[in-house]
Design a binder for this molecule. Sequence first.
Ligand SMILES: C[S@@+](CC[C@H](N)C(=O)[O-])C[C@H]1O[C@@H](n2cnc3c(N)ncnc32)[C@H](O)[C@@H]1O
Length: 220
Amino acid sequence: MAKKSLMYNHPKVYDLILKFLHGNSLKERYEIISREIGSNKKVIDVGCGTGKFAQFLDKTCEYNGIDLNEKFAEHAKNKGLNIKTGNLLDEKNYSQCDVTLICDVLHHVIPNDKKLIEICMNISKKTIICEPFTEDGFFNKCGGIFQNSRLFHNLLGEADGVNTFEDMKEWLAHDRDDVIMLLESYGAKRTIIVGGDIIGIIENNGIQQKSGNNKNVILQ
Ligand SMILES: C[S@@+](CC[C@H](N)C(=O)[O-])C[C@H]1O[C@@H](n2cnc3c(N)ncnc32)[C@H](O)[C@@H]1O
């Protein structure tokens, strides 16, 4: 398995860096997602990380997370959360649910992004995706130089111990319009911009739920 960077080795450092990078929009994005989920829903947080989102979820909902990072999973379990330590690309790790949440994860699993969405559409009525886009501007361009460096990626960046630098790098070229177009190509009918992220909502009603009509959704 590939090496993890500092933040993927330490759940508390990960949470701090996330807060630093997103500022107030972090809370805002989780609140928007929570409103989109609503109440009394069974939710699977796919690539749940430290389980940060759970604290924003309506208390009537059932929270479940999947992640391969054992330290993150342990940290989330210690908070009393229901976490499966496993690969999110393995359908066996899922059960039927109302909502699947893919937050900050698609850019990690490229080129398996469509496969992940197909799994989620097959097992849930609604899929919510939240992904970052690359912004213009001097400071963002400077940040881009770091993100494009393999050394930075491995030591302090997004090296999650699962996916490769080469695959993840592809996402850095995506600006706001590219990410919106990508989410729409996955089937999102609505997109919401919050800070440097775009949230896309895919309603799977009537076409998914393997147990019902055994139809798998295949993205082109
Ligand atoms: C940027 S973090 C996002 C965490 C969380 N969703 C959030 O919003 O903070 C990406 C997560 O995806 C997980 N991940 C990446 N590839 C995975 C895979 N194939 N199976 C399970 N987890 C994976 C990583 O371990 C990491 O915790």
